[in-house]
Design a protein around this ligand. Structure first.
Ligand code: NAD
Ligand code: WQD
Length: 342
């Protein structure tokens, strides 16, 4: 019998790609999502890619009784991948309570159900945001976490701590937190990808929407940083590579090869790219010209960060494989598919 995995936030951007990788690795997947930032048709598109329709339950994970009813119904779940969260950094500054309530209550309902229904394993979506602007680069897992810049970032730090304490106190449970750097790109089928609601906050969706003519111009936020070309540096990780890290983490938990019952790993490429390097790589790989303008800095942005991925490479045996050109091309193919551009 296939091992059954619960993927919360499974119709979202990273969740949907992970469902595909899990199914292709032979897992039976159940998605829970309340569709607050995704669409039910994602389930159809996952089925088009894999030929297997994941089970889908639509409810809000902040509702404690609904979570308990779910685990009462699905008794075979062996592990959880918990993606479901609100993630807009700027919005979290103006709506802190909504962010704390959604992200922390959902997590605690899930952990409580793990304890009460005997589900032993969880993989959690954390973020490089927990490092803030580090003093030394690249960042390793022993780089100290810094106080979060935003309520969103704070929910990730607090969630990591809650999971660590829960694992310490609860026999038979194990967790892996994956600290993602900047996920970008889309599935090569162009059937699933990132679908931001309204004006995108993140760089790559803004680039692809500008290339598609939906936005007039990309604003490059600042070229006076202390970096080689003056624009900020990030570690952009292909979403399919990132999704595969989840399959590896799930296997590690299921076969008990984890070295502690709470572990955390950086998931990036190990390579930093500046905004202008990324813009130029997009133009080169797609052949599409991009209208952009250098403007002032965006408040709250950090200057540079990229990952030391040695721990994930050596301990998980996982490594990012796709290069930036094919990743940006995949993002562009997805945008073209969504907009009906030939
Ligand atoms: P996303 O918004 O596309 O997916 C999250 C999904 O969770 C959505 O489908 C949403 O409808 C669902 N959801 C939110 N709250 C819910 C609730 N209370 N009950 C049920 N469903 C709920 O986001 P994503 O980019 O796929 O991110 C997935 C996870 O990875 C999040 O935890 C995010 O914080 C984390 N992360 C994302 C990035 C990034 O840049 N995309 C970087 C680091 C970490
Ligand atoms: C990347 C670079 C911008 C848009 C955010 C969250 C972080 C994590 C990943 C979840 C920056 C520049 C952007 C634009 C631009 N998410 N930019 N013009 O800020 O690294 O991280 O997403 O955990 O927590 O903060 O990603 O894609 O917004 O920006 O010049 O229109 O692109 O200034 O240097 P960021 P991003």
């Amino acid at each position: 019998m296939k091992n059954q995995i619960l993927v919360t936030g499974g119709t979202g951007y990273i969740g949907s790609h992970t469902v595909v990788e899990l199914q292709q690795a032979g897992f039976d997947v159940v998605i829970v999502d309340n569709l607050c930032n995704s669409k039910a048709e994602v389930v159809d598109n996952i089925e088009k890619i894999t030929g297997i329709r994941p089970q889908f339950e639509c409810f809000d994970l902040t509702e404690r009784q609904a979570v308990r009813d779910f685990f009462g119904k699905y008794k075979q779940i062996k592990a959880i991948i918990h993606f479901a969260a609100l993630k807009a950094v700027g919005e979290s500054v103006s709506k802190p309570l909504e962010y704390y309530r959604n992200n922390l209550t959902a997590l605690m309902n899930i952990l409580e159900a793990m304890r009460d229904f005997g589900v032993p394993n969880i993989v959690f979506s954390s973020s490089c945001t927990v490092y803030g602007q580090p003093e030394h680069l690249p960042v390793t897992e022993s780089t100290p976490r810094l106080p979060a810049e935003s309520p969103y970032g704070n929910t990730k730090a607090i969630s990591e701590d809650i999971i660590r304490d829960f694992c310490k106190a609860t026999q038979g449970v194990s967790a892996i937190a994956l600290r993602y750097f900047n996920p970008i790109g889309a599935h090569p089928s162009a059937l699933i990808g990132e679908a931001p609601v309204g004006v995108p906050n993140n760089l790559v969706p803004y680039i692809t929407q500008t290339a598609a003519g939906i936005r007039q111009q990309l604003s490059v936020f600042g070229n006076d940083y202390n970096t080689p070309d003056g624009t900020p540096i990030r570690d952009y990780i292909n979403v399919v590579d990132l999704s595969k890290a989840h399959v590896v983490a799930i296997n590690r938990l299921l076969n008990g090869s984890n070295k502690a019952n709470y572990e955390y790993f950086n998931i990036g490429t190990g390579r930093g790219l500046s905004v202008m390097e990324l813009v130029n790589a997009f133009i080169k790989s797609t052949g599409v010209d991009l209208n952009y303008k250098i403007v002032g800095r965006r408040a709250g942005d950090i200057e540079k960060i990229w990952a030391d991925t040695s721990l994930a490479n050596n301990e998980l045996g996982w490594k990012a494989e796709k290069n930036i050109e094919e990743t940006l091309l995949s993002a562009w193919n997805w945008e073209k598919n969504v907009r009906g551009i030939k």
